[in-house]
Design a protein around this ligand. Structure first.
Ligand SMILES: Nc1ncnc2c1ncn2[C@@H]1O[C@H](COP(=O)(O)OP(=O)(O)OP(=O)(O)O)[C@@H](O)[C@H]1O
Ligand SMILES: [Mg+2]
Length: 408
């Protein structure tokens, strides 16, 4: 980490330590000499442990405010360009793809997994080294003002918005609200900054004339068993990605890479190294043939539609989808579930619905939980079939596809 004088942090709470911090952690088990351990979420109980391991410790008066102050201090000492990524779907995937592309050619730090909120953003900045050239930060949205707050810490030079769709409607009311909240990232850019955005009528009113706006159209991709070939800058770039929606994220990442002025002739190097985070469309072999797609990380109407269309396009004899509900859709929840239930039926996909919310899909088969879903799917599957498993995070269906893949 960029060395941070501990004296600067004295006003933030109860500080124990001298000199400079050269690492930042909220987990005492990873703390060592030179690190600063910040006690958040019950971390107070581990202060002594962190001290024993040689770390300085801070018990903050206000967890978020303290981490924000540390994040801001690191950001202001860094010469890295900062890319902020937000959007209603595909943030983590786009971040993973862009990080792989950039890391091949420039010293890059990127958000780990989906650590995209008040703790995760400062922790990402806590991994900046003095020679880091690029920092890619995922920014989550849980209502109006949150992205603005995170931007006040990370101060992005480049804004990437992956998509504007119906997500967190309980908090922002409508697609216009989604666009307005995501556009806080564009508003945070300095004059002359860069914005990579989807073509979205709702977003247009929020774009700025003093910012270099690059609109990402629909991806031109050839999908096959061995991945995705994406047309970009007069070349075909090969990615180890299997679905059209991930190829769309790759196009967004490619557009950001080009906007950063990084060398186009080295794109393939990074593309070869792309690896998505867990449970985003992982393919597992079923016993006797066929595949299980573990897309259980999360679900909203946009990603559910994309996943169902991907499943339908696989050309398997029989297509089964084990679907939990989509959370946080507010008053529109029932309608979105019904629409996707209808889409599944139109695509020839048999649905096993899991959990209360999922009753609204109107599927003939309903089960209460993950173990029952495994049993119901096993009963229905034969060799050569394809099964998709997808739900909002709260359902925790990530064990279902592996259970099916290991079944005998
Ligand atoms: N462009 C896209 N269009 C539709 N679905 C997508 C797209 N990108 C990713 N998905 C799907 O959406 C889900 C979440 O993907 P990802 O984790 O990349 O998004 P996220 O925006 O970071 O989510 P979160 O808000 O939970 O952090 C996965 O199931 C993934 O397959
Ligand atoms: Mg994410």
């Amino acid at each position: 980490m960029i060395p941070l004088p501990l004296d600067e942090l004295r006003g933030l709470g109860d500080l124990d330590g001298e000199g400079e911090a050269t690492g930042l952690t909220i987990d005492s088990r990873t703390a060592g000499p030179g690190d600063l351990f910040v006690a958040v979420r019950g971390g107070r109980a581990f202060v002594a442990d962190a001290r024993k391991r040689g770390a300085a410790t801070l018990v903050p008066d206000d967890e978020h405010a303290a981490l924000a102050a540390i994040g801001r201090a690191l950001r202001s000492r860094s010469e890295a360009r900062v890319v902020g990524i937000t959007g209603s779907t595909g943030k983590t995937s786009t971040k993973d793809i862009l990080a792989a592309l950039c890391a091949a050619v420039t010293r890059t730090v990127a958000t780990r997994a989906s650590e995209n909120a008040e703790l995760g953003v400062p922790l990402t900045l806590g991994r900046l080294e003095p020679d880091t050239e690029l920092c890619i930060v995922e920014l989550g949205m849980r209502g109006f003002g949150q992205i603005a707050e995170l931007c006040a810490i990370a101060r992005p030079d480049v804004a990437v918005i992956t998509a504007i769709g119906p997500v967190h409607l309980e908090l922002v009311g409508s697609i216009e609200g989604v666009a307005r909240s995501k556009a806080e990232l564009v508003a945070a850019l300095p004059e002359g900054g860069i914005a990579v955005v989807p073509r979205s009528a709702e977003l247009e009113p929020h774009l700025r004339s003093d910012v270099d706006v690059r609109r990402v159209g629909e991806v031109d991709v050839e999908l096959s068993e061995d991945g995705a070939r994406i047309a970009f800058a007069d070349e075909l770039i090969h990615f180890p990605l299997r679905s059209r929606h991930q190829a769309q994220n790759a196009l967004t990442a490619l557009t950001a890479y080009e906007a950063l002025g990084l060398p186009l002739e080295r794109l393939q190097e990074g593309a070869d190294r792309v690896e998505l985070s867990r449970w985003r469309g992982e393919e597992l072999a079923l016993p006797g043939g066929g595949i299980a797609i573990n897309d259980a990380y999360n679900a909203n109407p946009t990603s559910m539609r994309a996943a169902l269309e991907h499943l339908a396009g696989l050309g398997a004899e029989r297509k089964l989808a084990v679907l939990g509900g989509m959370a946080e859709l507010g008053e529109h929840a029932a309608r979105y579930h019904r629409e996707l239930g209808t889409l599944a039926a139109e695509l020839g996909i048999e649905v096993v619905a899991v959990g209360e919310l999922a009753r609204e899909y109107g599927a003939p088969t309903w089960v209460p939980d993950a173990p029952a879903a495994v049993a119901a799917a096993r009963e229905r599957l034969s060799p050569g079939d394809a099964v998709l498993v997808k739900a909002s995070r709260a359902l925790a269906l990530e064990g279902v596809a592996p259970a099916l893949a290991n079944a005998h």
